[in-house]
Each structure stands twice: as structure tokens, then as C-alpha cells.
Design a protein around this ligand. Structure first.
Ligand code: AMP
Ligand code: FE
Ligand code: FE
Ligand code: ZN
Length: 282
């Protein structure tokens, strides 16, 4: 069983439609794929239909942006009830804040002579998608300011950039409780990915575990061998599982489907713990 539990589509900052991500997952020889767009379930319906067509199992999920003391934490949530009021309220608040935040980043860039408008950014994004910095990057690529997303992040959009603006995001411990309340299974995405900036402290992860955290994404491109070992050891100590996944973003990132995988036994635990929605089986 080849299981990849972390991918993005045009419902957030992936470059392929949900149906295309599912088709690509089937082509990559995966048996199970999770669609985990940032702060939205908008891609679920299209992905579910495509999963049946392409004969692949689909875990419906999302990646909830969280933050504590200026440190960003990404929380994967598998199989939550997409109609849960507490969850939908938090997601909506984060998505709305992402819009004003992107407007402010664009203003700062433009004020410094970098040619970009919110219209340029909007033209890169599917209607209703969760807006993120990659969409500014896409606008800068379209106008020839940078060659690709990676260059845009390296030069202008990274967390310590003068153009960086934060957005509302729930506290990671609150987010764990809300995901559980919605019947979902919460897993910290790339917990020790230092290339992305400061990462959650072990004490924050301990607090999250006490609140119901189910696992850590140990096997991820942004973790070197040491970070993977650290995640495995911490999960062990906390009595939670580890996952491995690609964090596929289409052509938006180098991450390839299936480059890291999750054990079938862990998928079974996720299914057992979830009570929001079911895994889609073709
Ligand atoms: P945001 O959600 O607006 O904070 O933007 C963060 C997103 O940008 C992450 O989910 C990544 O998918 C993407 N990202 C971060 N660094 C890079 C990079 N160097 N190249 C491409 N995408 C990136
Ligand atoms: Fe992303
Ligand atoms: Fe992430
Ligand atoms: Zn992701």
C-alpha cells in the first residue's frame, strides 16, 4: 500500500485542480491519497468524484494554519466534519484574514517599486480558493519579476522579509481541540522544518498532545535525517504515531507525489479515530 497523506490543489496554493491531483496520484502508483488544502474543504467534492473515476482511495483533509507567539504551526486534519460550526468559523476567519494580509503585502511590495497589484494576484487564483503568498509569487512570475515561486520566496516573500505580514490563525492547542470536536484526526505537518522559519517548541507539541494530537508528520522533504529522528522520538515519547507524505503542490514546488509514505497501520488508526466523514473507497 502506497499512502501519501498531504497534497494541495487549486483550492489553495497547489497548481493543479483537485481532479488533476487525484489523477496524478493514481498515475504515481498511490493506493491512497489525502487532499489537504490550506484552511479549506473546497476541493473535496471534485476530488471525491475523481477518486472513484481513477480507482484510488481518498482521505479528505485540510491543513489548518495555526500560530503561537509568532511561530507558525501547520496542523493536518483528517476526515473532519466539514459542517462543524467551530471548525468552519475558524477556517473562515483565517481565510478572510489571509485576504487583508495579502493586500498589505502587495501594498508594501508596490510601495518599494515592485510592480504588483492585487488584481494581478487575483488573476492567478481560482475563485474561492484560500489565498497565500504563493499567489503573489505567481503574479511576480507572470510579470517576469522572478523565475519561479522558489525565487519569489527566497528574495521577497519569506517569513523574515520586510514585506511579510502575518494573518489571523488559531492557537495550535485550540486547533487540536476544534479538529477533534469536528471528529477529525489532527497531525502536525513538518514539525521541525527549520527552513520555513522558527518551529514549534517541544513543549507546545506536548501541550497539543495533551489536547488530543494524534501524530507528527516525521517523513517530509523539509526534514533532514536528524529532524526525522527527532520527530519519531518525540512521537514515541508522547504515544502518538508518525506519518510520511509529499506535501505535493503540483508545479508550485519540487515535492513529488509518493516521495514519502505513511504506514498502512497508521492509516488504520486515522480511520479508527475519525468520526467526521469517511474515507472514500472507489
Ligand atoms: P502562506 O500560507 O501565505 O503563509 O504561504 C505559505 C505557503 O507557501 C506554504 O504552504 C508553501 O506551500 C509555500 N511556500 C513556502 N516556501 C516556498 C518556496 N520556497 N517555494 C514554493 N512555495 C513555497
Ligand atoms: Fe502550501
Ligand atoms: Fe504546511
Ligand atoms: Zn502543505
Amino acid at each position: 500500500m502506497r499512502i501519501d497523506l498531504h497534497t494541495h490543489s487549486t483550492a489553495s496554493d497547489g497548481t493543479e485542480r483537485p481532479a488533476e491531483v487525484i489523477a496524478a496520484a493514481a498515475r504515481a502508483g498511490l493506493d491512497v491519497v489525502a487532499l489537504t488544502d490550506h484552511d479549506t474543504t473546497r476541493g473535496w467534492a471534485e476530488a471525491a468524484e475523481a477518486a472513484v473515476t481513477h480507482d484510488i482511495m481518498l482521505v479528505r483533509g485540510m491543513e489548518v494554519s495555526c500560530s503561537r507567539d509568532g511561530v507558525s504551526v501547520h496542523l493536518l486534519a483528517y476526515l473532519p466534519d466539514p459542517t462543524n460550526a467551530a471548525l468552519t468559523a475558524e477556517l473562515e476567519r483565517a481565510r478572510e484574514s489571509r485576504v487583508t494580509r495579502l493586500e498589505r503585502m502587495v501594498e508594501k511590495l508596490a510601495a518599494d517599486g515592485i510592480p504588483v497589484t492585487m488584481e494581478d494576484v487575483r488573476s492567478q487564483v481560482a475563485i474561492g480558493a484560500t489565498l497565500g503568498r504563493p499567489h503573489i509569487a505567481d503574479a511576480l512570475v507572470a510579470s517576469g519579476v522572478v523565475a519561479d515561486r522558489n525565487e519569489a520566496f527566497g528574495n521577497l516573500l519569506h517569513n523574515r522579509s520586510r514585506y511579510y505580514v502575518t494573518h489571523y490563525a488559531p492557537d495550535p492547542v485550540d486547533a487540536v481541540r476544534i479538529v477533534r470536536w469536528a471528529g477529525g484526526v489532527p497531525v502536525v505537518a513538518h514539525p521541525f522544518a527549520v527552513s520555513r522559519g522558527r518551529t514549534a517548541s517541544e513543549s507546545t507539541i506536548e501541550e497539543m498532545a495533551a489536547a488530543g494530537l494524534a501524530g507528527l508528520e516525521a517523513h517530509h522533504r523539509d526534514h533532514d535525517a536528524g529532524a526525522r529522528q527527532r520527530a519519531v522520538a518525540l512521537a514515541d515519547r508522547l504515544g502518538i504515531f508518525v506519518t510520511g507524505s509529499s506535501d505535493y503542490h503540483g508545479t508550485g514546488k519540487e515535492n513529488r507525489l509518493g516521495e514519502n509514505l505513511t504506514d498502512p497501520g497508521v492509516l488504520a488508526q486515522i480511520e479508527e479515530q475519525a468520526s467526521g466523514v469517511e474515507v472514500i473507497r472507489p
